[in-house]
Design a protein around this ligand. Structure first.
Ligand SMILES: N[C@H](CCC[C@H](N)C(=O)O)C(=O)O
Length: 271
């Protein structure tokens, strides 16, 4: 039986969305997610997003990276799903409960509060997460934070000068990050503007990373580099992140539907 999907993106970070809230049409696993995400032999995307019923929210969003790994959070997909759903909703994710509000060609997402403890990131051993005493070929002393998923944020003078395509995977897979990590390189342009590139865990370089933008703003505010409302310029476009006095993160930005289609799981070796 063919399975319907909707192709969506947030600033070029793209998704295959499969709505299984009414019934399960296909059993998603690592192999099928990676096969669907493959840009040569599959549909092609950075993440596969599954919608399912939830006991604690309006519905549940499951996130599978292009490598097939299931993870806890995806900021850009949260906005895409808000648009897809079409009205305000509470969404259950592995990283916690999100509140989404669609509008103005995108959505606002209440992402919850960041966590800073070394075991929350997680890291392999105790250290100061606000300035990890480590370096990787000149990239050094990142701010580590969990915003539903783990991020290491490096502040640099010029993000385009960083060889993120080679340094990203090295850092992502460093044993100090037992669950891997998303790697952001950020430059602070002013008290309300940051430029950012992200090597995503399980997906590589993407056009945008919503949780990466949240992590970069939290890091910048905690280090006193910016005010609490910041425009983050990513390769695919801009997001506005606020990180308020009581620690709540809100992300605002666009989301789009690209096209709708269907696939036969048997073509991907699935039942
Ligand atoms: N690669 C991330 C998941 C997708 C995050 C990104 N696409 C976003 O918009 O937040 C991780 O493994 O935690």
């Amino acid at each position: 039986m063919r399975v319907d999907f909707t192709k969506m993106h947030g600033l070029g970070n793209d998704f295959v969305v499969i709505d299984q809230r009414a019934r399960e049409n296909v059993h998603m696993d690592r192999a099928l997610a990676a096969a669907l995400a493959d840009r040569n032999t599959g549909i092609g995307c950075d993440q596969v997003i599954l919608l399912e019923p939830s006991e604690v929210a309006d519905f549940r969003m499951r996130i599978f990276n292009a490598d097939g790994g299931e993870v806890e959070a995806c900021g850009n997909a949260s906005r895409a799903i808000a648009l897809f759903h079409g009205s305000a909703a509470r969404i259950e994710t592995g990283g916690g409960l999100l509140e989404v509000t669609p509008g103005n060609g995108g959505a606002a997402v209440a992402m919850g509060r960041p966590r800073f403890g070394w075991e929350d990131i997680p890291l392999d051993y105790a250290m100061d997460t606000s300035e990890m005493p480590l370096s990787w070929d000149g990239l050094e002393r990142p701010f580590a934070v969990n915003v539903g998923n783990p991020h290491a944020v490096f502040f640099v003078p010029a993000i385009e000068d960083v060889e993120l395509g080679s340094l990203g995977p090295t850092i992502e897979r460093d044993p100090v990050f037992p669950e891997g990590v998303n790697v952001g390189v950020a430059s602070v342009a002013s008290r309300d503007r940051i430029s950012l590139r992200v090597w995503e865990r399980g997906a590589g370089l993407t056009r945008a990373c919503g949780t990466g933008a949240c992590a970069a703003v939290v890091a910048a505010v905690e280090r006193g580099l910016t005010d609490r409302i910041v425009t983050v310029a990513l390769p695919g476009g801009e997001l506005v992140i606020s990180y308020d006095e009581d620690g709540q993160i809100t992300m605002r930005g666009p989301a789009s539907e690209s096209f709708r289609g269907s696939f036969d799981p048997a073509d991907y070796g699935a039942a």
